[in-house]
Design a protein. Structure first.
Length: 270
């Protein structure tokens, strides 16, 4: 079983968890950090080479959690244009296209291999989707998408994989293609999520920023910091919703309780 609650309160650590995080203060060397940044694309490409399309489950919860995918229409059968920034192999993209026939989707990913998997999917159609490789921190989205043309941008478990110093570049890039009055729908790892507590000593890159064994990286957001990335550093977004989603997954057989923490948010272009 599992339960879920939403709100503005961060998860409270147990004394054991707090002690573990307090002890883990040694950072990965600057040399290795620069190497990880340089090889970020290669590491994600290898991730998809190892896992093919089998690692992530299809996200059929997207339209349930983000009602805006339907609510942003001005009339019932209006055709929507969406951008999935960081589409991976299409686990979110294809369920959305299946559930809503009146959507055209732009989709991009850092990994060329992930983009190829999307193109090989039986559900991929150039009439309904345009997918392209893109480094959101430096490749201009306007090369593939007209300015002010997108109704909804989804940014789901993407920003956390990017160095915190470059996150504002992604948000400014997205801003250019979003229509005025329309939103970015965001979901990603929150502070003190179970994944953060599982990192072994020697994995820390900075505050709330870690590297996995395969070289991919993950940042864990606070509500306040996420708002600062969107509203202050990216100069232009307005906060609509920004809250923690806390889930506790319970395995009764093994008596295991796994605390998951995500940030689920909506930021609007005025």
């Amino acid at each position: 079983g599992a339960f879920q609650k939403k709100g503005h309160s961060a998860r409270v650590l147990s004394p054991e968890e707090a002690e573990k995080l307090a002890k883990d203060q040694v950072l990965v060397s600057e040399f290795k950090q620069l190497k990880l940044e340089k090889e970020a694309q290669k590491n994600w490409d290898l991730f998809y080479k190892r896992n093919s399309t089998n690692f992530f489950k299809d996200r059929h919860w997207t339209t349930r959690e983000f009602q805006e995918l339907k609510a942003c229409r001005e009339f019932a059968d209006q055709k929507l244009t969406i951008l999935e920034a960081g589409c991976g192999v299409g686990n979110c993209l294809f369920p959305i296209l299946e559930e809503d026939k009146n959507i055209f989707a732009y989709a991009c990913d850092f990994s060329p291999r992930a983009v190829e998997y999307v193109k090989k999917n039986a559900l991929y159609s150039t009439e309904r989707c345009k997918v392209f490789q893109c480094d959101l921190t430096k490749d201009d989205l306007l090369d593939n998408i007209p300015a002010d043309s997108v109704d909804v941008v989804t940014l789901i478990f993407v920003l956390s994989a990017i160095h915190p110093d470059k996150m504002h570049l992604v948000l400014r890039n997205i801003y250019k293609v979003l229509k005025p009055g329309k939103c970015v729908l965001f979901r990603d790892y929150g502070l003190y999520d179970h994944a953060m507590l599982r990192f072994k000593s020697g994995s820390k890159l900075g505050e709330n920023f870690y590297v996995r064994q395969d070289g991919t990286r993950s940042y864990f957001f606070t509500e306040v910091l996420l708002a600062s990335f969107f509203v202050q550093m990216s100069r232009g977004y307005e906060q609509v919703v920004n809250e923690y989603v806390q889930r506790e997954t319970v395995n009764r057989k093994e008596d295991l309780r796994v605390p998951r923490v995500f940030l689920q948010s909506k930021f609007q272009k005025p």
